[in-house]
Ligand binder design. Structure first.
Ligand SMILES: NC(=O)c1ccc[n+]([C@@H]2O[C@H](COP(=O)([O-])OP(=O)(O)OC[C@H]3O[C@@H](n4cnc5c(N)ncnc54)[C@H](O)[C@@H]3O)[C@@H](O)[C@H]2O)c1
Ligand SMILES: O=C[C@H](O)CS(=O)(=O)O
Length: 492
């Protein structure tokens, strides 16, 4: 594949950004970033360690008093400038996302607008961090509640949405008056570096936003330094549940505030009275977005036995028609999986399901191997059971296991039989039923006859082992603020 050229070449960064200075790692170590479509090299970034981690916190801590004291309207103004700069570079950033993450070009470009929507949203929310005045129970007393920034925030982000996930963390943090150190996923650091470059151009003061990159091997050195640093008052993380649990355990020593957006295992439930065409469309939208590599992708599809066969036939026809290929091909709808580890997990899930009695309807194998090793054919399996790994673990790939069910009580029990609780989907035309089921499902997000849930105005997050905290929405600022109660006496 051709080397990546951007209309603004300076957006392709190769250094950390600490205290407003682009710099290599102290020991000069670096690692390559490659295109998951064909393994070709896109760029190199620093392989940072504890020294860079500490330098970033030093900068963020030094900048905190000034940024915290900056009027909210000024913080909002800077976020609006960042928002405008991101949209001005939407095409470049979209191409960069698609090149380093693999998603089809249209999805890469759409992700930039999605990321920018969080920056715009929190530019607005910045000026609405209201407190309260409490009617005093006794004379001569004033009782006031104020909101204050939590302080230095460490953000650790995943590879599946390299722009949106970091914007969804940095924007509320800056809006709240926090300063930030961030570490993007080793597979997709370039997009985050480009966004930080645009934030620099927007005029953020030195030290307010700092980013360090690290390989998978050195990431624990960077993040463990932040976990042990008492100046870091909050960790915000999107990624796997095992890593989320590690962060929660290690944050306990300094009782950091946490936002954890972790793995999912979303059920997609189709009742016998559902609009089947709408349900198939909703499943195609939610399941195959980013090749199935999102935390809200349906991981288990439950179809009422009365409409099972006709639903599967409709679904298999759509799935079998999906085009698999690199972002460089305009017709591609399903890109390569992010890395070999992801492909291995997906293949293990398929093999395990077939070994436990599932039947393959379409897909089930690697494709386009002449182009690269990360392409998986969109797959539909029927005869799935709770005993299979793909029912218990998040596949994070283009695989649809279909389970039969007989009645509402049975499918609610099946859907909730998982440690995870992020998203769920219900298709039915019975209004009473959809609300009964939506309320019974143990999760943070429910799509009712709808497959497209993501929106900056909505609170995003889960329950159980999918984590806690909410990102986006009018609730999103709370995760970056403390509530302080002021009581003034002696006024009689
Ligand atoms: N909730 C989501 O949006 C989301 C995103 C990515 C992955 N996942 C889940 O996680 C699974 C594995 O994906 P993954 O390996 O990319 O996720 P991961 O959790 O390993 O990586 C996510 C981020 O955590 C960092 N990280 C990894 N190990 C760490 C450690 N020991 N200490 C601190 N930070 C660490 C990574 O460098 C990356 O920045 C996926 O199959 C999927 O199930 C969920
Ligand atoms: O994969 C994780 C993302 O949070 C999904 S979404 O972009 O918020 O829908």
């Amino acid at each position: 594949m051709s080397s990546l050229t951007l209309s603004r070449g300076e957006l392709l960064r190769s250094q950390n950004f600490i205290n407003a200075r682009w710099q290599d790692s102290g020991d000069g170590r670096a690692f390559e970033v490659s295109n998951p479509a064909d393994g070709s090299r896109i760029g190199t970034v620093p392989d940072s360690g504890p020294a860079e981690a500490r330098a970033a916190v030093d900068a963020a801590a030094a900048a905190l008093p000034g940024w915290r004291a900056t009027p909210a309207r000024e913080r909002a103004r800077l976020l609006r400038r960042w928002h405008a700069a991101i949209l001005e570079q939407q095409q470049d950033l979209g191409r960069l996302i698609s090149r380093e993450q693999g998603k089809p070009m249209a999805e890469g470009i759409a992700e930039v607008a999605y990321a920018a929507s969080y920056v715009e949203w929190f530019a607005e929310e910045a000026t609405r961090a209201y407190g309260d005045v409490i009617p005093a129970p006794v004379a001569g007393r004033k009782m006031i509640v104020v909101k204050e920034s939590v302080g230095v925030v460490a953000a650790i982000t995943p590879w599946n949405f390299p722009a949106a996930m970091i914007a969804r963390k940095i924007a509320p943090a800056l809006a709240a008056g926090c300063t930030v150190v961030c570490k993007p996923a080793e597979d997709t650091p370039l997009t985050s570096l480009a966004l930080v470059r645009l934030a620099e151009e927007a005029g953020l003061p030195a030290g307010v936003l700092n980013i360090v990159t690290a390989s998978r091997e050195r990431t624990p050195e960077v993040v463990d330094a932040w976990l042990a640093d008492p100046r870091v008052r909050k960790i915000t993380f999107t990624g796997s549940t095992p890593v989320g649990k590690h962060l929660a355990r290690e944050s306990a020593s300094t009782l950091k505030k946490l936002s954890l957006e972790l793995g999912g295992n979303a059920p997609f439930i189709v009742f016998e009275d559902a609009d089947l065409d709408a349900a198939v469309e909703g499943l195609m939208q939610s399941k195959f977005r980013n090749g199935g590599q999102t935390c809200v992708c349906p991981n288990r599809v439950y179809v009422h036995r009365a409409i099972h066969d006709v639903f599967v036939e409709k679904l298999a026809r759509r799935v079998g028609a999906l085009k698999v290929g690199p972002a460089s091909e305009a017709a591609s709808q399903i890109g390569p999986m992010i890395n070999a580890r992801a492909v291995e997990k997906i293949e293990q899930h398929i093999v395990d399901a077939l070994a436990h009695g599932a039947q393959l309807v379409v897909g089930g194998r690697r494709v386009r191997e002449q182009d690269g090793p990360h392409y998986i054919a969109p797959t539909v399996l029927v005869g799935a059971t709770p005993a299979m790994r793909l029912a218990q673990e998040e596949t994070f790939g283009p695989v649809v296991p279909v389970f039969r069910f007989a009645d509402e009580a049975e499918v609610i029990a099946l859907a909730n039989d998982t440690p995870f609780g992020l998203a769920a989907y219900v298709y039915s035309r019975d209004i009473a039923r959809v609300w009964r089921v939506a309320e019974a499902l143990e999760c943070g997000i429910v799509g009712i006859n709808e497959g497209a849930l993501a929106a900056e105005a909505a609170p995003f997050g889960g329950v159980k082992e999918s984590g806690y905290g909410r990102e986006g929405s009018r609730y999103g600022l709370d995760d970056y603020m403390h509530t302080k109660y002021l009581c003034q006496g002696g006024l009689t």
